[in-house]
Design a binder for this molecule. Sequence first.
Ligand code: SF4
Ligand code: SF4
Length: 103
Amino acid sequence: MSTAQPQVPDVSIEDRLYTVKYRDAGESHLGVANPDVCTDCTTNECAKVCPAAVWTVEEDGDGVPHIAYENCLECGTCRFGCPHDNVTWEYPKTGGGVVFKQG
Ligand code: SF4
Ligand code: SF4
């Protein structure tokens, strides 16, 4: 049996994300159920758990996240990361969203 280790390219996550292709569905498939809950939220887990930096909360804003849905990888993490169950999530409209490829 071979003991060779897989070769991992020395490429940053930012560089990898730069190569991801998306098709803009024209409207967000992500949202918040109740913006007031976000205003009262002090921990902003949505912004912390997203691997693609889709969610951002401005320090001097109203606390409601900006959602750059066009960059979503459809991993689903934000749905479970919000401790207030305040994330609404559905797949992008047919033909939209991230484009996965093999290889
Ligand atoms: S979506 Fe959830 S974690 Fe994010 S700001 Fe709103 S309540 Fe907080
Ligand atoms: S599904 Fe994943 S990539 Fe998309 S916004 Fe949620 S955490 Fe970010």
